[in-house]
Design a protein around this ligand. Structure first.
Ligand code: NAP
Length: 265
């Protein structure tokens, strides 16, 4: 199947590692030009080097260092993408997750900070990208959220409460921008073995005298597919949703969770 991504330009934020990186890699593999961002320049350099090793020294990938919570970051990233690749067709919004914790353990000051990180970063990016996505004629917005928008995940109070606002944003954008040929969807990861999860697996292994692989197996044992996901499995679905192969999908929430969510809707 031709995904129709050759010649398209994508901006994927928070993409030096993990789910963002896996998404950027698949878009690049399918022929898109890709701008990635993250805060740490060394991680970005190594991400770009990894992609160029896999897809060639001339592969159209570049990086800009930016913290998506900073006011000016969105405009800088969009302008930088357009300057590097001549336009913007695909916007993938991603950011680090809000801190873990229960309602009682979460300090009141973290609520506003987490809203800025999770919701306002996406709002600013869409605002900055909007003229270019409209000019594209086949623009695509993909917000990376979490399975926590379908059911509250234990000890993730901030994520459980704040991420659903990104779904509201995505579905409303799908309504408002459909006439401009812009689709807006959200992808909802379940447990996926990125650095973020690797850190937790190592912590649990140290505490329990086990290995990270044993902890990963325990985490996966309760899922229908009996394992946690690999970032590439997420990246492929994300890439499909950004592509013209998904041209009649908009306003959708797509779970990539190994079947973790048991509900009908
Ligand atoms: P990860 O492996 O830790 O990667 C996070 C990436 O985001 C890194 O490239 C990091 O680079 C960048 N980043 C973090 N904060 C940033 C900021 N303020 N501005 C710009 N870049 C930033 O994490 P991940 O597992 O891919 O998770 C990505 C998102 O999906 C998170 O919101 C996470 O909560 C959510 N999620 C993950 C899972 C999972 O199982 N992995 C499940 C559900 C939801 P720098 O640190 O250099 O900035």
């Amino acid at each position: 199947m031709d995904l129709g991504l050759k010649g398209k330009v994508a901006l994927v934020t928070a993409a030096s590692k993990g789910l963002g990186f896996a998404t950027a890699e698949q878009l690049l593999a399918e022929g898109a030009s890709v701008m990635i961002c993250g805060r740490d320049s060394a991680s970005l350099d190594s991400a770009v080097a990894k992609l160029k090793t896999s897809y060639g020294a001339d592969a159209p990938v570049a990086a800009l260092s930016a913290d998506v919570t900073a006011d000016a970051a969105a405009q800088t990233l969009v302008d930088g993408t357009v300057a590097a690749f001549g336009g913007l067709d695909i916007l993938v919004t991603n950011a680090g997750g809000p801190p873990a914790g229960t309602f009682d353990s979460t300090d009141i000051s973290l609520w506003q900070k987490s809203f800025d990180l999770t919701v306002m970063s996406a709002v600013r990016l869409v605002k900055a990208a909007e003229p270019h996505l409209k000019a594209s004629g086949s623009g695509a917005i993909l917000t990376i959220t979490s399975m926590s928008v379908k059911f509250p995940v234990a000890n993730l109070m901030l994520s459980n409460v704040i991420r659903p606002a990104v779904i509201g944003l995505t579905k409303a954008l799908a309504q408002e921008y459909g006439a401009h040929g812009i689709r807006a969807n959200s992808i909802l990861p379940g447990y996926t073995r990125t650095d973020r999860i690797e850190y937790l697996l190592n912590q649990w292994a140290d505490e329990r005298g086990t290995t990270p692989d044993e902890e990963a197996a325990k985490l996966g044992a309760n899922l229908p597919l009996k394992r946690i996901g690999a970032p590439e499995e997420f990246g492929k679905v994300a890439c499909f949703l950004c592509s013209s192969a998904a041209s009649y999908m908009t306003g959708e929430m797509v779970l990539v969770d190994g079947g973790a969510y048991p509900g009908l809707m």
